[in-house]
Design a protein around this ligand. Structure first.
Ligand code: NI
Length: 226
C-alpha cells in the first residue's frame, strides 16, 4: 500500500535541512545504486555517513519515532539511516527497483528493505517535474508532496523520478524493515487499526473497542518478527 504521511518535519526542521543541504558538498548519486539502477540514475546525493547526512538523518528518525501514522503504517523494526538527494537541470531517475538488502555503513547490521520512503524537502512550487511515480497493480501513481511530507510504499514497486526541468528538488529517502514483512498483511493490520480509531471516536468507551484492539494485537503477535 502507498501511504502519505504529512508533517513529518516542522518548518524549522525543513529550514535546517535546506540550510545544511545548500552549504555542503554533493556527490554523484550513482554511489549507492546497484549496477542496473546506475544506468538510469542521474542525480546528486550527500555523502553517506557524512556529518551533515547524520545530523539530518537523526533528526528525521527522531521525528518518525513520534509519528503515530508512520508507526502504524510501517510497523518499523529497523530504519536505514536516511540519505539525501538533489535533482536539478533535467536530472531524473529512470524506472528501477530498490535493492532488497542494505548494510548500514560502519555496522554489521543489515536492513531488509520492505518499505521505501521519500520525504520531500522542497516546496512543490519551487520546481517543475520531479514527481515520484510508483507503479502498483492499480497503475502508476505520481507523487509530489509539500515540504515535510513523506510517502511510504512497498519497496518491491517499480518506480522512477521524472526529470526536474526548473528549480531544485531536495528530498530524503530511506528504507524500513517492518516487523510484518508481507505488504498484504501489513495493509490489513493498518486498515484494522484505522477502523478501530474511527469506532473509538464515534463510540468512546464502547467495550467492543477493547475487544477489537485485542484482536489487532493478537494478529500482530501472530505475524510480527521482532
Ligand atoms: Ni529507488
Amino acid at each position: 500500500m502507498i501511504v502519505q504521511v504529512p508533517n513529518v518535519l516542522n518548518s524549522q526542521q525543513i529550514a535546517r535541512c535546506r540550510e545544511v543541504m545548500n552549504h555542503t558538498g554533493w556527490i554523484d548519486g550513482r554511489v549507492t545504486a546497484g549496477y542496473q539502477s546506475a544506468v538510469v540514475k542521474d542525480n546528486h546525493q550527500l555523502p553517506e555517513n557524512s556529518p551533515e547526512a547524520r545530523e539530518l538523518g537523526d533528526m528525521i528518525v527522531g521525528s518518525l519515532e513520534r509519528n503515530p501514522l508512520f508507526i502504524t503504517a510501517t510497523l518499523p523494526l529497523r530504519v536505514f539511516p536516511p540519505l539525501f538527494n538533489r535533482y536539478q537541470g533535467g536530472e531524473s531517475f529512470g524506472a528501477h527497483l530498490d535493492n532488497s538488502i542494505r548494510q548500514i555503513p560502519g555496522t554489521p547490521l543489515r536492513v531488509r528493505t520492505d518499505i521505501s520512503a521519500t520525504l520531500f524537502l522542497s516546496a512543490p512550487e519551487d520546481y517543475d517535474g520531479g514527481e515520484l511515480v510508483i507503479d502498483d497493480v492499480y497503475g502508476a501513481h505520481a507523487v509530489k508532496l509539500n515540504a515535510g511530507d513523506m510517502v511510504v510504499y512497498p519497496a518491491n514497486s517499480l518506480h522512477h523520478v521524472k526529470p526536474v526541468t526548473r528549480g531544485v528538488r531536495l528530498a530524503s529517502f530511506f528504507w524500513v524493515q517492518s516487523m510484518v514483512r508481507d505488504d498484504g498483511t501489513r495493509t490489513l493490520l493498518f486498515d484494522l487499526d484505522m477502523a478501530i480509531n474511527k469506532v473509538n471516536q464515534a463510540l468512546p468507551n464502547h467495550g467492543a473497542v477493547v475487544e477489537l484492539t485485542n484482536c489487532y494485537h493478537n494478529l500482530l503477535r501472530r505475524f510480527a518478527e521482532v
